[in-house]
Design a protein around this ligand. Sequence first.
Ligand code: FMN
Length: 240
Amino acid sequence: MKKAVVINGSPQAERGNTGRALAPFIEGMEAAGAEVQLFHAGRMKIKPCSGELDCWNKKPGQCIHADEMQALYPALRRAETLVLATPVFIPLPGEMQNLLNRLCPLVEPLLETRDGRTRARFRADVAITRIALVTTSGWWEAGNCDTVVRIAQELAAHANVQFAGALVRPHAHLIWKKGNPTEEGQAVLEAMRRAGQELIASGSISPETLIAAGRPLCGQEGYRQSSNRSYFGASGEAEG
Ligand SMILES: Cc1cc2nc3c(=O)[nH]c(=O)nc-3n(C[C@H](O)[C@H](O)[C@H](O)COP(=O)(O)O)c2cc1C
């Protein structure tokens, strides 16, 4: 069985856009034979990294904090695939950033220069060979997710593992209307499932599937107008 860990960084956990878009992605991973462990960063009691770097210098590979991160470390050491799933919160929810900082013990500070950058690598007892990203955002453009994509790419580069693709889902809330997927939303969720399947079966997500999962669900100008209308409706102000 191919082991995978999925971390959902949304404070809304499975109820949020990220969690609901992630569900078919995980189903696809499992259909392709993965044993998936899902962690919700927002539900875990994780202390912030205190920056002593004891995990590098005094007790290599061990974090000094005895908290719920200690359950995640062994799962991460066993998993071949790590999926980071997160909403864009300019750029990340605090819980997700906290958790990413606490990955430090898994990294060996044996530095080398790769493509002109100082990089490290995961320790030899960490099985992860690839990192993929699933990110949702509220506004219309996929470009709102660029910083988050960059963060996931940087993590993969520092850890010396493959970056297996970024599934970018802008205006994610429009997948559903009154709680149910629209017709186009259903097609997006099917692409999500395919993406999870491809990730496990072939080690990456095809460009066609990424495009299908991230496709626009409305026009940009229509999006702006309808968002502003609901804002003015909610605030009771007249639209200027
Ligand atoms: C604090 C905060 C910051 C956000 N920043 C952005 C942003 O910069 N760009 C964007 O497109 N959406 C932004 N959003 C919208 C969320 O990314 C979007 O609604 C996402 O799908 C929420 O996922 P969730 O329901 O799983 O938490 C922000 C939302 C919050 C609460």
